[in-house]
Design a protein around this ligand. Structure first.
Ligand code: G3P
Length: 226
């Protein structure tokens, strides 16, 4: 499974990229707002992310609400850098927009996906990436991972005639909160997990690793002090 980072924070992106584990970046309007960025800085900010992560897919979300405006904004965003992926929320307006953008070779990441039928429609329309959300189900007392399993199985049952040569459509496990989400997504065969930096750091940690390291250090002191 590939790791994307789910943030618009440049320092977090730089640090995660330095780990050598990053295969892409996803952003959304809330994540951009969290950086304190303003509308006028949005395009340059996306360009900076694309430069930090040269060659890796960087999702920039459209806030348009009609098909025509989504296509127009999608073309504008895609022109910012060759690695931009246009993120669109699943809805009636975004399906034809995805279809049009895909026919122009522009990659779409279909977001706010919460069900298998939504994911199948996104794949049929030509989405390059499909982003089912996990944590937001857990937030309302539902089992996000059960819904993710349905999406993965349903989407992987078929081929769609778009992005085949790139191995698409790929499923991005989104709204990830914990290492457990990452483990289960990988066991299901989800292609990608997009993980906030805090959760990515948690994936690196294990109490037995810390304990093992402490005892190696203590024992090595005995060796060097002898
Ligand atoms: O980027 C989309 C998704 O990952 C957002 O997650 O934590 O806001 O539910 P969250």
């Amino acid at each position: 499974m590939k790791f994307f980072i789910d943030t618009a924070d440049l320092d977090e992106i730089r640090e995660a990229a330095s780990w050598g584990v990053l295969s892409g970046v996803t952003t959304n309007p809330s994540l951009y707002a969290k950086t304190g960025g303003k509308l006028v800085d949005f395009d340059p900010h996306m360009v900076k992310i694309c430069q930090i992560c040269e060659g890796l897919p960087v999702s920039a979300e459209s806030t348009a609400s009609t098909t025509e405006a989504m296509v127009e904004e999608g073309r504008r965003l895609a022109a910012l850098a060759p690695n931009i992926v246009v993120k669109l929320p699943i809805c009636e307006a975004s399906l034809p927009a995805t279809h049009q953008l895909a026919s122009e070779g522009i990659r779409v990441n279909m977001t706010l996906v919460f069900s298998a039928p939504q994911a199948l429609l996104a794949a049929r329309a030509g989405a390059r990436y499909i982003s089912p959300f996990v944590g937001r189900f857990d937030d309302i007392g539902d089992e996000g991972l059960d819904h993710l399993a349905e999406v993965v199985t349903a989407v992987k049952n078929y081929t769609y005639g778009y992005w085949d040569e790139e191995g698409g459509p790929e499923i991005i496990t989104a709204s990830v909160r914990t290492p457990h989400h990452v483990t289960q997504a990988a066991l299901m065969g989800a292609d990608i997990a997009t993980v906030p930096f805090g959760a990515l750091k948690k994936c690196l940690k294990h109490p037995l690793t810390d304990q093992g390291l402490a005892s190696f250090e203590a024992d090595w002191k005995k060796v060097t002090q002898a």
